[in-house]
Design a protein around this ligand. Structure first.
Ligand code: GLN
Length: 192
């Protein structure tokens, strides 16, 4: 069984850990390059993408994680984690950087501010219906040819992707980890 890690610098680390534990997986918390070297796949949690980006630098994880992603390590980012994996961040901070591991352009807070957070059922391409918790969620405004769209949401202005995959790298605008539904974690883990 591949060793799954959760990037544990900031955000809903505990919630992702609990989701994986429900699937019988005990993830390794990754805070250092040494811990990163021990995992085969990494979950990047939701939280605050600028804080995560800052802590990736101070922890010394930015470069080794970039190398692992470049060499094909499976990764799953939710919300701020999706922003971190993306190839372009719109409405980001002037100095905001990302890993370019997933060929999508995301707009930070693209559904509005905290007060505009919402919950809605999301239907996956597998036919599963999952609860979609969107909290200051990034909106996927562009995706490359090699990106597979696994779920869309129509926020009143046409359907657009909310769960995507490019090879081994997955990104989700919402927070499956904030519910007891483990369908998306299970799909990610089964693909490892
Ligand atoms: N808007 C946040 C950011 O830019 C992400 C919000 C979230 O992860 N819930 O980091």
């Amino acid at each position: 069984m591949p060793r799954v890690g959760v990037l544990a610098l900031q955000g809903d680390v505990r919630e992702h850990t609990a989701s994986l534990q429900r699937l019988g997986i005990e993830p390794l918390l990754v805070k250092t390059p040494e811990q990163l070297a021990l995992v085969d796949a990494l979950v990047l949690p939701g939280g605050e993408s600028t804080a995560i980006a800052h802590l990736l630098i101070t922890s010394g994880l930015r470069e080794p994680l970039q190398e692992r992603l470049n060499s094909g390590m499976p990764a799953f980012g939710t919300c701020a984690g999706l922003i971190a994996l993306s190839s372009e961040v719109l409405d980001g901070r002037a100095d905001q950087w990302s890993f370019h591991a997933l060929d999508v352009s995301v707009r930070r807070n693209g559904y509005g501010r905290q007060v505009a957070s919402f919950e809605t059922p999301v239907e996956l391409s597998t036919g599963d219906l999952v609860p979609g918790v969107f909290i200051r969620a990034p909106r996927i405004e562009r995706f490359g040819d090699s990106v597979e769209v696994l779920a869309t949401h129509d926020h009143g202005d046409g359907a657009h992707p909310v769960l995507v995959r490019q090879g081994a790298v997955w990104g989700c605008s919402f927070h499956p980890e904030l519910t007891s539904n483990t369908v998306i974690h299970e799909i990610f883990v089964k693909a490892l």
